[in-house]
Design a protein around this ligand. Structure first.
Ligand code: PRP
Length: 216
């Protein structure tokens, strides 16, 4: 069987609600940030389902011993926010993954060529191959930025099968590139939008998530 990129759009009312708030051009920056935080939280909750490592144990309740499952804290968990906009999703993700290490990656697209370049890289030289990696970036448009991020991660030993991308709006060009290069990778997104326009904006999208998050 050929492996394919897995893309989940969780049918959750809170995810739908905060997506609609984020899409609305009338939403002010302060509320847009709340929407990003909430989307980061609920999409990470969904992404953690079959991704966070657990181990079996026994627990002594006040009445008897029973079986239990706890998070396996021996296996490293990393969150990689793609600056700037990925920072908006980080806060919500962090509330669910308090022990995760955060590795910032700063990428920016050239407004004309749409090519992504890296201006900050806090990734370690090498990741433990068992590391669970969660990437946060609210927009996957042409795919240039996420492909660059994935290249930086995989060349440092990250396994795409143990990686989850949390985004808000994903567009077909980015998903197509990820599918071709990283079968076995999984994306959690609030929606898959129809297209990317000639200036690199996702349509209908939510505008420029970085600008709207930081009001700049
Ligand atoms: C936006 C967005 C993604 C990228 C997606 O970042 O946050 O990282 O564009 O586009 P792509 O799939 O075509 O590469 P931007 O370059 O605007 O930087 P910012 O987050 O600092 O605003």
């Amino acid at each position: 069987m050929t492996q394919k990129l897995l893309v989940y759009v969780p049918p959750h009312p809170l995810i739908k609600h905060w997506l609609a708030v984020a899409r609305d051009a009338a939403t002010p920056s302060v509320l847009f940030r709340s929407a990003m935080t909430e989307l980061g939280r609920w999409l990470t909750y969904e992404a953690a389902r079959d991704w966070l490592p657990t181990q079996e144990t026994t627990v002594q309740t006040p009445l008897e011993i029973c079986e239990g499952t706890v998070i396996d804290t021996q296996i490293p968990v990393a969150v990689v926010p793609i600056l700037r906009a990925g920072l908006g999703l980080l806060e919500g993700a962090q509330t669910l993954l308090p022990l995760a290490s955060i590795y910032h990656l700063g990428l920016v697209r050239d407004e004309k060529t749409l090519e992504a370049s890296c201006y900050l890289n806090k990734l370690p030289e090498k990741f433990d191959p068992q590391t669970r990696v969660l990437i946060t970036d609210p927009m996957l448009a042409t795919g240039g930025s996420i492909m660059k991020a994935m290249a930086e991660l995989t060349q440092r030993g990250v396994d795409p099968a143990l990686t989850r991308i949390v985004c808000v709006v994903a567009a077909p060009p980015a998903l197509g590139q990820l599918n071709a290069a990283y079968p076995g990778l999984t994306v959690y997104t609030a929606t898959i939008d129809k297209t990317v326009n000639e200036i690199g904006f996702i349509v209908p999208g939510l505008g420029d998530a970085g600008d709207r998050t930081f009001g700049t």
